[in-house]
Design a binder for this molecule. Structure first.
Ligand SMILES: [Zn+2]
Length: 428
């Protein structure tokens, strides 16, 4: 007998099933890794949070030690910030939930809630992360992007994030310009990326240093970045720089009346000053698509949410709780069964039937299922009428009352076609 589940009508009831699917009956040692991880749920919240922070710190450390990837300019853009104090839950996308609820209502079968939750986590596009700030103070608000739903926990972080929407506001064109004229004896090179920055006495030099620092290495100070610049007296490299400098990236505001070319520094300033405030929503609680977790700008905060999601992937405890609440709200019925007390959801409320008061053809089926729990239609027919099949006249006769019994909840049909009889129902 399992713990009671409070039904939507407020009554508690205990349902004893003499059959549950194989996996729900297995002792813990034989269960899959995913279900073994259920134990994690029992850990105190504090400990889990500490563990996440620890992992977040470890990830930060490994990131800073990793050699920098020079090919992608956005990859380096992360802001170092202490992770905020938040609670993270995962909830189903409402549209997808409605589809599942319709299916359960139509099928009349009982489904394991954890399987429904696994279905959701297998597709990040239909899962939402619900992040709630635990602090009330105004400077601890979460900042959500109105364009993609991603969240930041600091102003700087938000401005970093907004830069991933540059393409929506600016068009970038590679343009040919006059190659730098004059004689140069040396050229500066970025010691981190190998980018040629130009001769230090050329008028473009300071801007170029600022640009490369801003695009790729904002996580270190400008002074630190400058200390990594090397000066080289190599005629070939000087020629190479001249060639490179003849092609420049120019940015043009989309939808603007005049076609004024801008460099990256200008673009960044406009994004921070004009665009960021328009896209920013200051909230205490956010619901964001799981698919944009990677767009959280602060490394510590991002690791926290990523880690919670990884945890959910191993065992969808948070989603299955959310699903149970949602299912009840949608007038579905929940019951617990099996040695592990797994939750099942069904459109039909299980109703034990006293077989003493029913006609023989029904009593026969009920008694058989009590004796041989978990059989399917084929086994039921061949068990009661040896030699007959579900399509033979005798077989059809045996199965005739099944539809009615299932519809009334006197027999539970599981998602895999196996059948079971609810045995006892009592108030707690
Ligand atoms: Zn965004």
């Amino acid at each position: 007998m399992q713990d009671a589940e409070t039904e939507s009508d407020g009554r508690d009831f205990i349902l004893d099933l003499n059959f549950v699917p194989e996996w729900a009956r297995q002792p813990p040692g034989e269960e899959t890794q995913r279900f073994k991880d259920a134990e994690h749920r029992e850990r105190p919240k504090i400990e889990r949070k500490e563990r996440r922070r620890h992992i977040a710190r470890k990830k930060d450390a490994s990131r800073s030690q990793r050699p920098r990837d020079v090919s992608e300019r956005t990859k380096e853009r992360h802001v170092k910030e202490a992770a905020p104090s938040v609670t993270i839950h995962f909830i189903p996308d409402q549209k997808q939930l409605a589809v599942i609820v319709r299916r359960i209502h139509a099928s009349k079968r009982a489904y394991p809630v954890i399987e429904a939750a696994s279905l959701f986590v297998s597709n990040p596009n239909v899962c939402m992360a619900k992040i709630e700030n635990q602090h009330d103070s105004n400077n601890q608000m979460l900042l959500q992007c109105r364009s993609c739903g991603a969240v930041a926990c600091s102003n700087d972080g938000f401005i970093e994030h907004v830069l991933c929407h540059v393409d929506e506001y600016f068009e970038c064109r590679e343009e040919e310009v006059a190659a730098p004229a004059g004689k140069f004896v040396c050229v500066a090179r970025c010691g981190l990326s190998g980018i040629l920055l130009g001769p230090p006495n050329h008028h473009s030099y300071a801007e170029k240093v600022q640009e490369v620092h801003s695009i790729r290495y904002k996580h270190i100070s400008l002074e630190e970045y400058q200390s990594r610049i090397e000066i080289l007296r190599d005629p070939e490299l000087i020629e190479q720089w001249k060639k490179d400098a003849a092609r420049q990236r120019r940015y043009y505001a989309k939808g603007a009346e005049s076609d004024v070319p801008m460099n990256w520094i200008d673009v960044e300033a406009i994004m921070a000053k004009d665009i960021a405030p328009k896209l920013m929503r200051r909230v205490k609680r956010v619901v964001m698509p799981v698919s944009v977790i990677g767009k959280i700008p602060e490394t510590g905060f991002r690791s926290l949410v990523e880690d919670a999601w990884q945890h959910e992937l191993r065992y969808p405890a948070s989603l299955s709780f959310a699903l149970r609440v949602a299912f009840k709200h949608k007038r579905l019925h929940l019951f617990r069964a099996g040695s592990r007390g797994h939750y099942f959801v069904t459109a039909v409320r299980p109703m034990p039937l006293n077989s003493e008061y029913v006609i023989d053809s029904i009593r026969e089926v009920l008694m058989y299922l009590r004796e041989k729990p978990g059989c399917n239609r084929d086994e039921l027919v061949s068990g009661l009428r040896p030699g007959e099949t579900v399509t033979s006249e005798a077989g059809k006769k045996v199965l005739a009352p099944l539809g009615w019994l299932i519809e009334r909840g006197h027999i539970i049909e599981f998602y895999n076609g196996t059948l079971s009889v609810p045995l006892a129902r009592s108030r707690t």
